[in-house]
Structure formats: structure tokens, C-alpha cells
Design a protein around this ligand. Structure first.
Ligand SMILES: [Zn+2]
Length: 498
């Protein structure tokens, strides 16, 4: 009997995922105990530990030495206060001044401040700029960044005051700045306002030199320059249009200012989790990924994230188990398969960005990234027939990779593989998950998902609402898919990176 079973196992090319394992993973990952698996918090760590334990049990090789952890850092700053002193006046604008990319937590800078209109080359040439702080007008942040880059290429300047001409400008994707009217502060108000802290969102540590960028709104600089908003703008516009003489816009060409500020900085050590099944050819790798983090808790609401993305994480684990079993039974894949669970996704793909910036092997050895994000529910289009999955592909050989899903797999009857999601799903496909970090590094991608629904990013994305039979089918399709890609080097070659 024993012999008989051994032979039948070797012959069998298709293991099947277990609905009970998938359910078990999701009920744990989306439980109250994990508190929404927020990156950098206890629940996120518990989720990572769970995945590591499973990888170890299944017999995967650790991604790094003897560890399944692939760590990276996040930072965030608390803007405690920033003060600019000009003559005897304290000018203090907690909502108007922002500092970015600066690791110094406390500092006082003495600077000569030079006004340079819109910061065009013609304007800059008129001024003595090196070592000074520079103020210039911008309509939009994008424009400001370009000016700053241009100035930095030519002069040694680290302190910039960007004077926005509009009241509400979106400075970053993450937040917009409120417009509040504070021109001059009484010392007593100043003391009060010093206690206000602004905490920025978690972000990847910036690279490059430190830089102070103060974003200022129209009412701010008129005090320093003793001009009305309109006068400042007219002067800048004249400069921009090169009407008449090019002039620095002040009675005094340079103004002496003191800037002092206090920030505090949090650094969080966080982790992606990874494990390998080594292939016969270890110079090529297919990456199967899913993010395990979610939104945590907010105002007493717990975001369980059962579909987003305990569903994808469960399918990742189940695929790891099956492919490890295949390998143990002698069906070694032709190429490496790396199982990768990302954190930081909900904060802006931070985990996958960190991964692609410091991968454990060169990214030009990656054949394909298969990403799973939200595969446990169904979208509006599929209320009537829930037996489906979207497969979206991009990059090298994307048509072939779609065709494989549509025609190359053993699909249950009545099950559809579609590449035509709704509008919102299309957006998600482009930027919405970790595959984007790979695609922007020229790694082809294939993503499996079942679309958006009313519980997306709400506290009612819970384990009870998952469509387990369909999730089991999709998990099995991913297993067939990855097996076919990994074993057919001729049809699915490594993309050439010339
Ligand atoms: Zn997600």
C-alpha cells in the first residue's frame, strides 16, 4: 500500500488547496486579536509571526540567512514647532511651514533670505545665492520641486521658502495643508502653539542630502517683505514675463532671518516576510506576493481586512504549502519560487518599495511577479455569477500571461477569467498594490483579484463575508498558473534587460 501511494503521489501533478486551511488563515488574520494588522504595531507583528511559522512548517528556505524576515525601516516626524524671526518679530506658522527630508531634530539656522521671483534662470543669475536661503513663488508643488531641483544643481542651497499663490494647495499625496490665518504671534500664543504637534504619515527614509523646504501661504511672506500679496505676485509675474528690469523684489535685496525648529523623529523597524522553494535553475525567480498588512484601528473602529488582504495572504500560504509538498515529493520547479508577504502596502506600497530598492538578488533575475490582493469577494458586475476572477497582466509578454490564465488552466465549468474590470478596479490595477513596485522596475506582472465592494476599507470587511468556495478555486488556479510558468522556460523566459 505504501508503495502504491508513493507512486500515485509522484504521478499526480495536481495537488488541491484546502478550504479549511484558507478559512483558518483568514479567521486568524482578520480576528480582533490582530487589531487590523497595522504595519509597525503589535497586530502587524503577530501576522508576520504567523506567516513565518507557516513558512517554516512547510519547509520553505528563509529569504535571508536563517530568517524569514526581510526588514526595512520607516520614519515619521513630529513637527513640534518652527519659528522664523525677522527683526524683532516672531513669525510662527505651524500650518504654514513644513520641513521635509531633514534628519536634524533641533536646529537654529541663520540665513540671508533672497527673493527670486518664480526662480527662473534669468532671475537667479541676477542674485548672489550660494549659502543663502531662497524664497520663490510657485503656483503648484510640482513646479516648486522643479525649481528646487534646478537651483540645487547649480548652487549650494538647502533652505527654500516656497510661496504658494493659492490658498489650498495639495503638497503631497498624503495630506493637504489647512489654510489658517496666523501672521504674527504674541509670545503667549506662541507658547500655546508650541504644544501643537503635527505628525506626518509613515514614509520611507529619504535619500540624499538634507533639505529644508518651508511651504508658505500667501499671507505669510508679506510680513517679511513688507509687501501686499498682490504686490509680491505682480513683481514675480513681471519677472517671469521679463517685463522691464529683472529685479529682486525687495527694497533690501537680502533679509536676515533666524529659523529655529524642533522636530522629533520616530524610526520603526518593520518587515516583509519571505521564503523560497529553490528551483533547478537558481538564477531565475518567480515571485508570488500578497500584502499582509491592513489599516489597524481608528477612532474605535477595527479594520479587519478579511478580503483586503487576508484573502491573498491565505492563498499565498496555501500555495507555499502545496509547492513545498510538490518539491518534497520530487517535483522540483525549474526555477526558484519566492513567496513574499508585504507589509506597509496600505501606507503607500512602502514594503514593496523597500523590497525593490534592496532586493536579495538582482531584479533582472525575476521572471514574473504574481500578486494577489483581494480575492475573497465579488464586485458589482458579478452579483449574479460569483464564479470569476480578474487576471490583469502588464509588462513583457503580458498577452501570453493573460492567455495562460484564460485558456491554459484547468478551469471548473462556468468559471470565468476576465481582464475587464470596472473603472475603479482598473485604477487599482495600475497603482493600487505591490505589483506596481515591480512593474516600475521592468518586472512583468500578473495580478489576481475579485474587485472592489461596499465593505472595502470599512470595518465590515470581515471573515464571515468571504466567498470561501471561490477563494479555494482561485487559490488552485494560482497554483496551476505558477507551476506552468515556473516549469516552462521556453514559453515564459526571463525578460531581457538590455
Ligand atoms: Zn489591499
Amino acid at each position: 500500500m505504501a508503495t502504491f501511494f508513493a507512486i500515485s503521489f509522484v504521478k499526480s501533478q495536481q495537488l488541491v488547496p484546502s478550504i479549511d486551511s484558507l478559512r483558518h488563515h483568514i479567521y486568524y488574520l482578520a480576528s480582533d486579536e490582530l487589531k487590523g494588522r497595522k504595519t509597525g504595531e503589535e497586530g502587524g507583528k503577530l501576522a508576520a509571526d504567523y506567516i513565518k511559522n507557516r513558512f517554516q512548517t512547510y519547509g520553505l528556505e528563509p529569504i535571508s540567512g536563517n530568517s524569514y524576515s526581510y526588514p526595512y525601516q520607516l520614519m515619521r516626524t513630529h513637527k513640534d514647532y518652527a519659528v522664523v524671526t525677522y527683526k524683532e518679530n516672531i513669525l510662527f506658522w505651524p500650518w504654514h511651514l513644513y520641513m521635509v527630508s531633514n534628519y536634524k531634530q533641533n536646529d537654529t539656522l541663520f540665513n540671508k533670505l533672497v527673493f527670486a521671483g518664480y526662480g527662473s534662470d534669468a532671475e537667479l543669475e541676477q542674485l548672489q545665492l550660494n549659502g543663502k536661503a531662497i524664497a520663490f513663488i510657485a503656483d503648484q508643488p510640482q513646479e516648486a520641486y522643479q525649481v528646487i531641483q534646478n537651483i540645487q544643481n547649480k548652487y549650494s542651497i538647502i533652505t527654500f521658502f516656497v510661496l504658494f499663490t493659492k490658498k489650498n494647495v495639495r503638497v503631497d499625496n498624503a495630506w493637504s495643508i489647512d489654510y489658517k490665518m496666523y501672521d504674527y504671534m504674541l509670545p503667549s500664543d506662541f507658547e500655546k502653539l508650541k504644544s501643537i504637534k503635527i505628525t506626518e504619515p509613515w514614509a520611507s527614509p529619504p535619500s540624499g542630502d538634507s533639505l529644508n523646504i518651508f511651504y508658505c501661504f500667501p499671507n505669510v511672506m508679506r510680513n517679511v517683505f513688507d509687501k501686499t500679496d498682490a504686490e509680491l505676485e505682480t513683481l514675480a509675474k513681471d519677472n517671469k514675463n521679463q517685463k522691464g528690469q529683472l529685479l529682486p523684489a525687495f527694497p533690501e535685496p537680502e533679509i536676515e532671518i533666524f529659523i529655529s525648529y524642533s522636530d522629533s523623529l520616530d524610526i520603526a523597524a518593520v518587515e516583509n516576510v519571505g521564503g523560497f522553494i529553490k528551483g533547478k535553475d537558481t538564477t531565475q525567480t518567480i515571485i508570488l506576493s500578497a500584502h499582509y498588512d491592513h489599516l489597524g484601528e481608528d477612532y474605535g473602529q477595527l479594520y479587519h481586512g478579511a478580503d483586503d488582504n487576508a484573502s491573498g495572504t491565505a492563498a499565498l500560504l496555501e500555495n507555499a504549502r502545496l509547492i513545498a509538498l510538490d518539491a518534497q515529493q520530487g517535483r522540483i520547479p525549474e526555477r526558484n519560487i519566492l513567496f513574499l508577504a508585504f507589509s506597509g502596502e496600505e501606507m503607500g506600497l512602502l514594503g514593496s518599495k523597500a523590497f525593490v530598492s534592496q532586493p536579495p538578488f538582482p531584479l533582472n533575475q525575476v521572471v514574473l511577479n504574481i500578486n494577489m490582493d483581494m480575492i475573497g469577494r465579488w464586485d458589482e458586475q458579478h452579483e449574479m455569477n460569483k464564479n470569476f476572477v480578474y487576471l490583469l497582466t502588464a509588462g513583457h509578454q503580458s498577452r501570453k500571461y493573460f492567455k495562460l490564465g484564460k485558456h491554459g488552466l484547468n478551469l471548473p465549468s462556468g468559471f470565468t477569467v476576465s481582464k475587464n474590470p470596472g473603472f475603479n478596479e482598473k485604477l487599482t490595477f495600475k497603482y493600487g498594490s505591490d505589483h506596481y513596485s515591480f512593474l516600475s522596475n521592468k518586472v512583468p506582472i500578473a495580478i489576481f483579484f475579485t474587485g472592489l465592494h461596499y465593505d472595502y476599507h470599512t470595518s465590515s470587511d470581515i471573515a464571515e463575508k468571504i466567498n470561501y468556495p471561490n477563494l479555494t478555486i482561485i487559490t488552485g488556479l494560482v497554483y496551476q498558473y505558477i507551476t506552468k510558468v515556473s516549469n516552462n522556460k521556453t514559453s515564459y523566459p526571463l525578460p531581457s534587460h538590455k
